[in-house]
Ligand binder design. Structure first.
Ligand code: FES
Ligand code: FES
Length: 170
C-alpha cells in the first residue's frame, strides 16, 4: 500500500452522486469533513464523530459506510452516494416519499444516514421484514421518540418495490 505523507495534500477524485469531483485533501481528513467542508455537500450530518450514531452514513461503492470513520483519500477513484443523490430530476425517491407519507422524517438530523442505510437494504436481493429493518436501524441512534414511523415507511416502500418486481419463473 502506498504511504501517504501526513503533511502533504493529495488529489482526491471520485464520483459523487454521478458527478466527478476533484479536490485536494490532507491524508488525515475524514470523508465526512471532505464532503461537508471541502465539497459543500452538507446533506450528510455529523453527530458523534466516532462511528456510533450513524448520522454520517453514505454509500461507498454501494456499501453503507460511516463517513466519519473513512478517510477522504480512501474514496479516491471510488463511487460515493449521499442523500443529495437520492432524488432524481427533483422527484423524491420512493424511499423519501415513504418517509414523507409516514411522517418518518422526525428531527431530520439523522434521516440522511438512515435513508442511505435503507437504500443499501433496498438494493440488496434479500427478504426484508420488520426484524431486519429494526436490526439495521439499531445502527442509527434516534433520540427523538422512537423508530415506529421509520419502520412503517421502510416496510411500505419495500412492499411497494417487491410488488412491482417481475414474479420469479415457476
Ligand atoms: S458521526 Fe459518524 S457515526 Fe456518528
Ligand atoms: S429522527 Fe433524529 S433523533 Fe430521531
Amino acid at each position: 500500500m502506498r504511504r501517504l505523507n501526513a503533511g502533504q495534500r493529495h488529489l482526491v477524485q471520485f464520483d459523487l452522486n454521478g458527478k466527478l469531483v476533484s479536490e485536494e485533501s490532507e491524508p488525515r481528513l475524514l470523508l465526512s469533513d471532505f464532503l461537508r467542508g471541502v465539497l459543500g455537500s452538507t446533506g450528510s450530518h455529523v453527530g458523534c464523530e466516532h462511528g456510533v450514531c450513524g448520522a454520517c452514513t453514505v454509500r461507498l461503492n454501494g456499501r453503507a459506510v460511516r463517513s466519519c470513520l473513512t478517510l477522504a483519500v480512501q474514496a479516491n477513484g471510488e463511487r460515493v452516494e449521499t442523500v443529495e443523490g437520492l432524488a432524481r430530476d427533483g422527484v423524491l425517491s420512493p424511499l423519501q416519499q415513504a418517509f414523507r407519507r409516514h411522517h418518518a422524517l422526525q428531527c431530520g438530523f439523522c434521516t440522511p444516514g438512515i435513508l442511505m442505510s435503507l437504500a443499501e437494504l433496498l438494493d440488496a436481493d434479500t427478504d426484508v421484514n420488520e426484524k431486519s429493518v429494526r436490526e439495521l436501524l439499531s445502527g442509527h441512534l434516534c433520540r427523538c421518540t422512537g423508530y415506529g414511523n421509520i419502520v412503517r415507511a421502510a416496510l411500505d416502500v419495500f412492499a411497494e418495490v417487491s410488488a412491482t418486481e417481475p414474479a420469479p419463473d415457476a
